[in-house]
Design a protein around this ligand. Sequence first.
Ligand SMILES: Cc1cc2nc3c(=O)[nH]c(=O)nc-3n(C[C@H](O)[C@H](O)[C@H](O)COP(=O)(O)OP(=O)(O)OC[C@H]3O[C@@H](n4cnc5c(N)ncnc54)[C@H](O)[C@@H]3O)c2cc1C
Length: 297
Amino acid sequence: MQVPSHVEYEKAKSVEHALELLTRFGPEARVLAGGHSLIPMMKLRLAQPETLIDINGISGLSRITVADGELRIGALVRHGQLLASAVAAGHFPVLRDAEQVIADPIVRNWGTIGGSLCQADPSEDLSAAFGALRAIAVIQGRDGSRRVPVREFHLGPYETVVAPAELLTELRVPIAGDGSGSAYEKVSRRVGDWSIAAAGAVLTLSSDGTVTEAGIGLAAVGAGHFVSTAAEDFLRGQPATDAVFGQAGQVAAEHCQPAADQRGPVDYKRHLTGELTTRALRRAAIRVRARAGGQTV
Ligand SMILES: Cc1cc2nc3c(=O)[nH]c(=O)nc-3n(C[C@H](O)[C@H](O)[C@H](O)COP(=O)(O)OP(=O)(O)OC[C@H]3O[C@@H](n4cnc5c(N)ncnc54)[C@H](O)[C@@H]3O)c2cc1C
């Protein structure tokens, strides 16, 4: 059995305490949230932190709230909590769609939103969903906090802009008006597995059915910053029709950079990218129209 190497353990009582501990123990310290990614990496010795700073006792980071026109999701919110949140799904169904297909109940019960984004796995579903939503990450350091667009949060696989002595504390999503809708579509080899490919779509339509803004998030297919700006540019100003959504899917498929692996060859992943983008756009548009009619779908 694989076991981690020796590690010291500290439990943070507050954000300030966590930042103090991170500063005191230096770059070899790592934040421990749900541990579903970090602990397996430690067992494989892919990560060998000298100290773990456990943030699970910081209750202020576990809330989902609406304030100042934003949905605010604390970094310690568990996947299961986001999945069950009526307020999050009411504003942004893409989040519930994505959570329904992330891992299994055991991982969802303890894995956190902050841990997911900070792990920066290229197949991470929430990075694509929050990218499509143009969410803002709030990062706290000892000298104050900064707001970073999720589209600038990831520097590459397993690398983010969060510095060693900083903490991701919150994700914020500006609440959109009635003309908007969103959806997430994913294909994996079996239930609970990582994506072969996945796509999130966020649409804003004018009253005559023209796309005024679009967000396209992609997971597992090598899309820069988990989004397809080419498909978004294509959609803006177009009529929200199935034909246009099909073309946008093709644009997304052409502009991503999937790698062949045990989940499938490049051509198959590109094909899935096109199809899933098209389906997510269709479902997002259906939701916009249902919302205008006072329904939820
Ligand atoms: C079996 C299995 C299946 C999975 N399937 C999927 C899937 O289908 N789709 C998907 O998207 N994900 C999937 N995951 C990933 C899962 O969502 C992540 O393991 C989990 O969400 C990471 O969050 P965590 O709280 O466990 O993070 P941890 O493992 O505790 O931390 C991960 C990393 O983030 C850092 N970190 C954590 N929180 C913060 C913070 N607030 N500020 C700064 N740094 C922080 C840690 O130091 C560490 O480097 C799966 C995981 C498992 C084990």
